[in-house]
Design a protein. Sequence first.
Length: 380
Amino acid sequence: MTGSMGQAEKRESEGVRLNQALESSTNITESLIESIGSGIIITEMNDTITYINQAGEKILGYSKGEVIGKPFGLFGLNEKLNVSHSFLDQSDNLDTRREGRMNRKEGNEIPVGFTINYHLSLSGEAIGKIIIFRDLTKVYRIQEEILKMDRLVSLGKLASGIAHEIRNPLAGIKTTAQALGEEMGKEDPKREYLNRITKEIDRLNELLKTFFSFAKPQTLLLVPCHIKEIINAIIPFLIKEIADKGIRFVETYHPKLPRIRVDKIQMHQAFLNLFLNAIQAMPGGGELKIEANPVVIPSLDGSMQNYVRVVVSDTGKGIPPHILPKIFDPFFTTKPKGIGLGLSITYQIIKKHGGTIKVDSQWEKGTSFIINLPETFENL
Ligand SMILES: Nc1ncnc2c1ncn2[C@@H]1O[C@H](COP(=O)(O)OP(=O)(O)O)[C@@H](O)[C@H]1O
Ligand SMILES: [Mg+2]
């Protein structure tokens, strides 16, 4: 024997090697598809689902077993531009990036970006379709936030322009009215008219002040500060109303609360607006609660960020679900004498501090505003 293999033996071992290579490449392809972040669904030409990857399962809330063999229509994929015909029948614009909505197993709809490609056999024949999709919920949320900030900024500019134009003539009117009052006798019956004019001028001045706080220059004077300090500073403005309405005021601060970086004047304004709303929501009394705790939240780059979470809650009338998305909009109000700027000012201030604000409300039970503010660096 020379040590070389016989012909048959050689062929067999080559076959094994080929098989192994094929198997491992199939494994690689499969593990690749499984670990991709986008959802992938493969169907036959008649839209019957033959495959879904892990990301797809997670995005849609179904398991493989629940969807394989079912029609793709299960997800009710609906294109944003209201195209009514079936997507899987479109052959002209396959593979262009599109946006739409899909139904999850739990019944909720999510926004998705998707593409549809033909699944081609080695001979180039279309044997099915490949749908690749991404969950756009977070992207949509960020877009909405940006739009909201845009609206606030342009409104701020408009407001300051108008306020400047009105303020000077108003001051003129007030001086003239005062001069008229000085010439009038004390018992003059016309004095009543003058009083009314002065009162209306004062009301307009108040309105302008609100506008100005909305249009204030954007620079922040940041200092390290304990949230308790901010709250203590505004309580005196509210104490009378809290007492008159029979509201119980409860404060809970975590014993090891870190300080936050704030522009004190602006932060006073932000919390004052929240407290005023809470008080106004409880005309017959109730409980106004403030709670502050340290929290750690992962940021976009994966690092951990320390925040102070402040929750302001009331046991007032609550906010009906259909108006919840509007409450931070400038000039949105449900109050007969409201201006509707309170929450949009608060929103703007919290954002400028690198924080977030969210609302959680139950009709007729109460409302909570949840604010996260970044912890200060000790050397500040
Ligand atoms: N704590 C709260 N309880 C119930 N409704 C609230 C509360 N805070 C805000 N709202 C709702 O949000 C709207 C907008 O509030 P805001 O911007 O402060 O304007 P305004 O107080 O002038 O109406 C209010 O008119 C009210 O409908
Ligand atoms: Mg208000």
